[in-house]
Design a binder for this molecule. Structure first.
Ligand code: FMN
Length: 390
């Protein structure tokens, strides 16, 4: 079974991600991992932190001579900012006078709930782990999951649907327009429509000017997924539930939609369900008139593109802070401010790609198994043959 977790704090020495359960013999392209990490760091409206960090994936274990060897993979991402925090966040006791307390919790962040839960008098340790810096570690192992999926002909990418009030609308953006976005050398807001992207930039400019922040919607698209990943057989094996949980687990994602899930609730059945034909497609002879289902029916991938949208709330650290309370005195004060992003919709899309890729890779390994890539691919090809001849 594919398992993964991350460790590390935002201003600690490093992040570490562990990915266990991949077959041996998968070629690992270091430059691809670093490119994915770079993509997560881009986007108009990022804060000063992203100018300090330039993430590179330092693979510690599980890969030798360019290939996975079947043992757990661990990856270290150095925090370049650590040099500025060694005295305020030491592992040892250090000098308490140099600690940087977060004295008033930010509404919308984990500060207050976390301080209450872990019984800390202020929120420094809370934001250190709650911070989305952690998502970089997920992107590193997500890139490996993507390399695995590529061997099965599956690609996972994202694009931005809306930022604040600027939106692409409901029409499905074709894969051919999404793919080039990931190859861009300059990433603004990862929108497939240049006019709407300019409007999105204006939304961020508005937030920058007023000391505010802005959220939006991204869409992750998994292209080339065969029918048959996930199952309705148990509630916790349904692919839609697993995808929703994976994307919702990202910082600031507050709603997840698969296909046209939200508008489907107010539409008639005849306008929602994707009629079935038999005209040939990549995996079977069956075809669909549309993809309102977002590639999942009954908790199983149905052979269409998987489309998952993440709805991102605005960043909670505001340059013009909201009202809060001083942890020590309980007097009303403004919420703490620390250098922060203003808009992260494209970056969150990249992190969500990683979560979708990890979820699909786990589903594929549950279905096809295999301890070596040769075995996995043999099983996969046998299954493809079966559904082609169905
Ligand atoms: C890529 C990315 C970058 C983020 N950067 C910031 C940031 O700079 N400042 C901030 O307050 N929140 C940022 N967030 C959001 C917070 O991490 C998040 O709102 C907080 O941890 C509370 O969790 P919740 O919003 O999921 O409830 C970011 C989220 C993502 C996905």
């Amino acid at each position: 079974m594919l398992r993964y977790f991350t460790t590390g704090e935002s201003h600690g020495e490093a992040l570490v991600a562990v990915l266990s359960g991949l077959p041996a013999g998968l070629k690992i392209d270091q430059s691809y991992l670093d490119r994915e990490l770079w993509r997560r760091q881009q986007g108009y409206g990022r804060g000063g932190r992203m100018k300090i960090e330039r993430d590179t994936a330092h693979i510690l274990s599980g890969v030798r001579q360019g290939n996975t060897i079947g043992s757990p993979i661990s990856i270290l991402l150095e925090n370049k900012d650590w040099k500025n925090w060694q005295e305020s966040l030491p592992v040892g006791e250090g000098d308490p006078a140099k600690h940087k307390a977060v004295k008033s919790p930010r509404p919308g962040h984990a500060d207050l709930a976390g301080a209450l839960k872990y019984n800390f008098p202020e929120a420094r340790y809370i934001l250190e782990r709650a911070s989305a810096r952690e998502s970089a570690a997920r992107v590193a192992i997500g890139a490996i999951a993507k390399l695995f999926l590529r061997e099965l002909g599956i690609e996972v990418l994202s694009h931005v649907i809306s930022v604040g009030g600027a939106s692409l609308g409901e029409a499905e953006v074709p894969w051919d327009l999404i793919r080039p976005l990931a190859a861009r050398q300059e990433i603004l807001l990862s929108c497939a429509d240049a006019t709407v992207e300019a409007q999105m930039k204006e939304e961020v400019d508005k937030a920058l000017k007023t000391g505010d922040s802005v959220g939006g919607v991204f869409e992750v698209v998994a292209h080339g997924v065969p029918p048959g990943l996930g199952t309705y057989a148990q509630w916790d094996e349904r692919l839609d539930a697993l995808l929703a949980g994976a994307v919702m687990s990202l910082q600031a994602v507050k709603a997840v939609e698969i296909g046209v899930g939200v508008s489907a609730a107010t539409s008639m059945g005849s306008a929602v369900h994707d009629e079935i034909g038999y005209e040939g497609s990549s995996h079977t002879g069956f075809s669909r008139r549309g993809n309102h289902a977002g590639g999942v029916e009954g908790g199983i991938s149905n052979g269409e593109e998987i489309r998952v949208r993440g709805y991102l709330k605005p960043i909670s650290t505001l340059r013009r802070p909201l009202q809060s309370v001083d942890f020590a005195t309980r007097e009303p004060v403004k919420a703490a401010y620390e250098r922060s992003d203003v808009c992260v919709v494209p970056a969150a899309g990249v992190a969500a790609e990683a979560m979708v890729a990890l979820t699909l890779a786990r589903g594929a390994l549950e279905k096809f198994g295999g301890d070596s890539m040769g075995e996995t691919l043999r099983n996969f090809q046998g299954y493809c043959e079966q559904i082609k001849n169905f």
